[in-house]
Every structure is written in structure tokens, then in C-alpha cells.
Design a protein around this ligand. Structure first.
Ligand code: GDP
Length: 231
């Protein structure tokens, strides 16, 4: 779907209070490190490097925002949150990061939906379950939720069906879909769902890009002008 292909870098922040307030729906991508999150975002947006900017040194513990909407306007924002559970990260960094993430998930006003990416060969891990617990009250209040089982090409059809039904039981009312960047499985379905989440009345409420960019400058001064990702 063309809408996802309009994604472009908006801003990056290490702390929740450095994120600009934005008057459009925001959809967060979360998941364990190596779950396939960057590959998924790049596949959905049809841009080879977009989410890999999040893996650059200095950006790995940042929330990276991408604007969606036709040229010059933003009608939704994608938030790429750093992967969790990476063994090589120090305990202090892990704890700091978990706190930023919990704060974001609990209090980011703009948050409309969450996509939790999960390697189906591992299933939902303890950390994924903890995240589900954190967002449960907001999901009960209407926050949208999708568990995306990545790398589906690594499973047989029967394995796919099995993990889909198990995860549906665990996801407690959230949607669950299979996805493969390699085989382009689920790409259209996910794009369609995210569009519906962001446009509940079927119409886009968009704001000019300049307004969004200004918001990020005013936010704290800590971010400064949005920088395009280095390639
Ligand atoms: P992230 O850490 O969650 O951003 O994960 P990446 O997007 O970097 O992917 C982790 C690894 O999984 C990489 O080696 C990717 O090539 C691989 N991967 C990601 N998506 C797929 C997929 O759909 N199919 C297969 N076979 N491998 C994938």
C-alpha cells in the first residue's frame, strides 16, 4: 500500500520527554533484539535503510520517529523502539532502557497502536509477556495491538498454523498475523491494518510537516533540528 511507502525520518530521542507532541496517531514497533523489526519496517515502507538507522551507534537506545502521509503532510507517525533483551548490553543500560520503554508505553498520549514483533521459533518470551502486562490497561481502554510473527518463511505451513493459534490465545484479544520479509507474506495485510488504526473514520487528519518539525525543535532543545538518518 502506497501510504506506508511515504515514510521518512522525523526525529530521534533518548528520553520520552524529548519526543515532540504530535497531533496525529502514533504506532509503535517493539520487540526483542533480532526479532526482525528493522527488516519488517524497511519491507513495509519499501525503504532499504530506514529502520537500520536505528541501529547506528548512538541511536540504538533511541526512539526513532518516522512521518507517514502524502508529500508535505503527516497523518500518522511510526515509532521504532530499540530492541530489548540483547545479551551484550550492560545491566544498567538494560534497566535504563526498560524504564524509557515502560514510560513511553504507559504515557505517550499519541500512542494509538502497538506492533509487537516476535520470532515464532522463540514464541512470546518473558520480556514480551512483561510488555503485554504493561500495556494491558491501555489495550483494555482501546489501544490497538498486533503481534507480528516474523520470519514465517522459516516455518512449514503446519508450524505456521500452530504458532498462530497458540499466540492468539496468549495475545488476549490483540490481533496476530504471520509475516515474512523474504516472501513478502503479510505485507499488504499489515499495511492495511495500520492504515485502519490511523484512520478510524476512513479519513486522514493531517498536519503540515513543518508543524511537526517545529514541535520537535521546541520539545526540549535536546534534540535540535531533526536530522535525516546517516546512510
Ligand atoms: P531487529 O534486531 O529486530 O531489527 O532484527 P533484524 O531486522 O535486524 O533481523 C534479524 C535477523 O533476522 C537478520 O539476520 C535478518 O536478515 C533476519 N530476518 C528478518 N526478517 C526475516 C524474514 O522475514 N525471513 C528470514 N528468513 N529472515 C529474516
Amino acid at each position: 500500500m502506497g501510504w506506508m511507502h511515504t515514510a521518512r525520518f522525523l526525529t530521534t530521542a533518548a528520553q520520552l520527554h524529548h519526543l515532540p507532541p504530535i497531533e496525529v496517531p502514533e504506532i509503535a514497533f517493539v520487540g526483542r533484539s533480532n526479532a526482525g523489526k528493522s527488516t519488517c519496517i524497511n519491507t513495509l515502507t519499501q525503504q532499504k535503510q530506514l529502520a537500520f538507522a536505528s541501529k547506528k551507534p548512538g541511536r540504538t537506545q533511541h526512539i526513532n520517529l518516522f512521518s507517514l502521509g502524502r508529500q508535505g503532510t503527516t497523518d500518522a507517525v511510526l515509532a521504532d523502539l530499540p530492541g530489548y533483551g540483547y545479551a551484550a548490553v550492560s545491566r544498567t543500560d538494560k534497566q535504563r532502557w526498560q524504564q524509557v520503554m515502560v514510560n513511553y508505553l504507559v504515557s505517550r498520549k499519541e500512542l494509538t497502536g502497538i506492533v509487537l514483533l516476535c520470532d515464532p521459533r522463540l514464541g512470546l518470551t518473558e520480556l514480551d509477556e512483561a510488555l503485554l502486562e504493561v500495556v494491558r490497561p491501555r489495550v483494555e481502554e482501546g489501544l490497538k495491538f498486533l503481534v507480528l510473527l516474523t520470519k514465517a518463511d522459516k516455518l512449514t505451513r503446519s508450524e505456521q498454523a500452530k504458532v498462530l493459534s497458540i499466540t492468539k490465545l496468549q495475545a488476549g484479544g490483540g490481533e496476530v498475523m504471520l509475516f515474512s520479509a523474504l516472501k513478502k507474506q503479510g505485507v499488504g495485510e499489515v499495511a492495511q491494518l495500520l492504515w485502519q488504526w490511523s484512520h478510524p473514520a476512513g479519513v486522514a487528519t493531517s498536519i503540515p510537516d513543518a508543524q511537526v518539525a517545529n514541535a520537535s525543535v521546541v520539545a526540549d532543545g535536546a534534540i535540535g533540528q531533526p536530522q535525516p538518518p546517516q546512510s
